[in-house]
Design a protein. Structure first.
Length: 272
């Protein structure tokens, strides 16, 4: 797997953008948390956790009786997250292949926001999601959809000026359904949502984009390309149009119970 965020500047500037502008992505984060609806005592995997924009609110929701596995392939991102969060109910896990170091049927939910397009072998990763989910467990993905302005923005300007490039495969409803069918997950829903990035003014947006994409061009070129590809609104704040798909899949209950009836007496949990 390509580890983009251990690049000398890519990960550092990505984290800096989120620290300097913590409310820029609040709409997509809040929508994702509400869709996941984490409950006290649940065990949840935050896949591609980055700097923990989802990890933190999820950890609060599951409480001290729950656990969040923050998983990423960037060692620098993980060091940054664990040094800020301490131990508590968050466990940081670094992966290098499409394998999760967790026991089968051990987590209530897997969630991933704006990261799954980075995964090269999506079919193998879906099989891992299915493996670690408990019967009835849910998979919630929020990401860029194929054929949208955000996808064209990533494939065009961002791929040109990002320090590591940005050549990835994005999902569409048909591919999402095939991934679920191949892995044994039940495809439940696919919904495109407008979740604009919000800034105090255009100057803040310009700096955020330059940092989060670790751009090799000027900040002025960054904002110009974004406005052209995505569009924007001025409502007292600067809103950069941003659209993501949000999908839900579930692991079937009855089929899993029958499949694993022989091992029904086992009570082992996730390996720490």
């Amino acid at each position: 797997m390509k580890i983009e965020f251990d690049h000398p500047t890519r990960g550092k500037h990505y984290r800096q953008a989120n620290v300097e502008c913590p409310s820029a992505r609040h709409r997509e984060i809040e929508f994702m948390v509400n869709l996941l609806h984490p409950q006290p005592g649940e065990t949840i995997v935050d896949f591609g956790c980055g700097n923990g924009v989802l990890t933190v609110p999820i950890s609060r929701s599951v409480g001290t009786s729950g656990k969040v596995y923050a998983i990423d392939n960037s060692r620098q991102s993980m060091l940054n997250l664990t040094s800020r969060m301490g131990h508590g109910n968050i466990a940081g896990v670094v992966i290098v292949e499409a394998e999760l170091p967790l026991q089968s049927r051990s987590v209530d939910a897997v969630v991933t926001l704006a990261n799954f397009h980075h995964v090269p072998d999506k079919f193998a990763m879906f099989k891992e999601f299915e493996r670690v989910l408990k019967p009835g467990g849910r998979l919630v993905i929020g990401d860029v959809a194929e054929g949208t302005p955000v996808q064209r923005y990533f494939d065009g300007p961002v791929d040109r000026f990002c320090s590591t490039g940005h050549n990835h495969q994005f999902l569409n409803p048909n591919l999402a359904w095939r991934l679920c069918e191949d892995s044994g997950l039940g495809f439940r829903s696919w919904d495109l949502q407008e979740v604009p990035w919000e800034f105090r003014d255009e100057a803040e947006a310009r700096r955020f984009l330059h940092l989060i994409h670790d751009a090799t061009c000027t900040p002025e070129e960054c904002i110009s390309e974004a406005k052209q590809y995505l569009g924007f609104e001025l409502t007292g704040r600067f809103l950069l149009n941003w659209q993501l798909f949000f999908m839900i899949a579930r692991k079937p209950i009855q089929a899993e119970l029958a499949k694993h009836a022989v091992g029904a007496g086992q009570t082992s949990l996730v390996a720490d």
